[in-house]
Design a protein around this ligand. Structure first.
Ligand code: BEZ
Length: 188
């Protein structure tokens, strides 16, 4: 199931004329920055929470056996920690293709540790996209992740790499760490 968002993202003109834009990463962008950036800083966003509710048919699963990857779900009062990258607008062309399966760019306030904030962009896969799988318990999510593989590798590696990166950055995420615990338990 593919939901190609490249064209929609390329019509997004919120930052036209800007030479540098902050991009907030909360999933693979934390541990896989395969693009040039000017600066990167730990950051948070408010009122969104990270959830493994997005299907991955193109990276960590297949059309018939999708994996699960991170998206953001609106939740009043929630704080999500991640990594912000200062990039040039050209980098979005690369990311729009890399993350074409349902993710749309959204303008958002990004908060830095020193108390400053900047308006930037984040990729969000909303619940109306065709690849959205939705809520499930952490154990069910772990089971699906454990059996899923795609062109970018094992779905398990995505979750474990993200959990490890969050831990190294001193960032808490109960949802991610609980799925990680189930995956580790399953291996015995
Ligand atoms: C991220 O790591 O922020 C990200 C997740 C999904 C799509 C694009 C970016």
């Amino acid at each position: 199931m593919s939901h190609n968002t490249v064209a929609i993202n390329q019509r997004m003109d919120r930052f036209d004329g800007h030479h540098r834009v902050w991009l907030f990463g909360y999933g693979s962008l934390i541990f896989k920055a395969d693009f040039p950036y000017i600066e990167r800083r730990p950051a948070t966003i408010a009122n969104w929470t990270r959830r493994f509710w997005q299907g991955s048919h193109d990276h960590r699963g297949t059309e018939t056996a999708p994996g699960r990857v991170a998206t953001l779900v609106a939740e009043a009062g929630a704080i999500t920690a991640g990594m912000a990258y200062l990039i040039t607008p050209e980098v979005f062309a690369h990311l729009d293709h890399r993350e074409k399966n349902g993710y749309l760019r959204l303008a958002i306030d990004i908060h830095f540790d020193d108390g400053s904030s900047e308006l930037g962009l984040v990729y969000i896969a909303a619940e109306d996209n065709a690849a959205f799988l939705g809520e499930a318990s952490e154990i069910e999510i772990a089971r699906q992740i454990a059996r899923s593989h795609g062109p970018s590798g094992a779905n398990r590696d995505y979750l474990i790499d993200l959990a490890q990166a969050l831990r190294e950055l001193g960032m808490e995420d109960g949802h991610v760490f609980e799925i990680e615990r189930h995956l580790i338990d399953m291996r015995g």
